[in-house]
Design a protein around this ligand. Structure first.
Ligand SMILES: [Zn+2]
Length: 227
């Protein structure tokens, strides 16, 4: 199969630039924390250090991608229908479910961010939508009764959004030819996806379901796009 090339308009962003970090604690964590603080008090160890130690043992930190990345992602997500139409018109069945190689030319609006940041952000963005089963907590690419535990389709919750060019970033075998460039006038990402014909899987135990069901979101308004 010949490679497919698409252009994502607008300046690319990384997820690492000013990430939002905030602490989270589970209901169980809160219960544990209360118990620990009570115990510390009973043992007359209710000092500042014990309290902080108890808190840190129960708390986790959630790192959310940078607001810039979210903005870029949301803009690209709006273009998803056009992207899918364009790929279908060119005779491509997306998402790719086999191992792939990606060549991406990042034409940035300014010279910021690092290579890893851009490739990670793009890899995330081009994955398929995913749903999590609320009964068994496993994930699926299809809107249907849970393939893992058989729970009804209403148990699925949307847990990942993406452009649906490839099913999962675990398929990416290489980034050969990828470059960080700059074009302040016309920032964009030109990306070429080709089948990785090495014949070997990229990761052990990675099973792909058949093509994900594509749900077209309502088009917001007429947008002139060139891909
Ligand atoms: Zn399930």
């Amino acid at each position: 199969m010949k490679p497919i090339t698409v252009t994502l308009p607008g300046p690319p962003r990384t997820k690492k630039n000013r990430p939002n970090i905030f602490p989270i604690i589970s209901a169980e964590g809160i219960r544990n924390l209360i118990e620990k603080l009570k115990r510390a008090q009973e043992l007359e160890k209710g000092g500042h250090r014990e309290a902080v130690r108890a808190l840190m043992a129960e708390i986790m930190f959630s790192v959310q991608p940078s607001p810039d990345y979210k903005e870029w992602f949301d803009e690209m997500y709006l273009l998803r229908n056009d992207l899918v139409d364009q790929c279908k018109a060119a005779g491509f069945q997306i998402p790719f479910t086999e191992p792939v190689g990606i060549k991406a030319l990042f034409y940035r609006d300014r010279l910021t961010g690092d290579f890893d940041g851009y490739t990670a952000a793009l890899a995330d963005m081009i994955q398929s939508d995913q749903w999590r089963c609320k009964a068994c907590r496993k994930k699926t690419f299809r809107i249907a009764d849970c393939p893992h535990c058989g729970a009804k389709v209403c148990f699925l919750e949307h847990c990942r959004k993406g452009l649906g060019l490839i099913q999962d970033d675990k398929q990416i075998a290489h980034w050969d030819g990828t470059r960080l460039k700059k074009d302040a006038i016309n920032p964009r990402v030109e990306l070429t996806i080709s089948l990785y014909d090495d014949g070997r899987p990229v990761q052990r135990g990675l099973l792909f379901e058949e093509s994900a069901v594509f749900i077209a979101p309502e088009p917001a308004e007429e947008i002139e796009l060139e891909f």
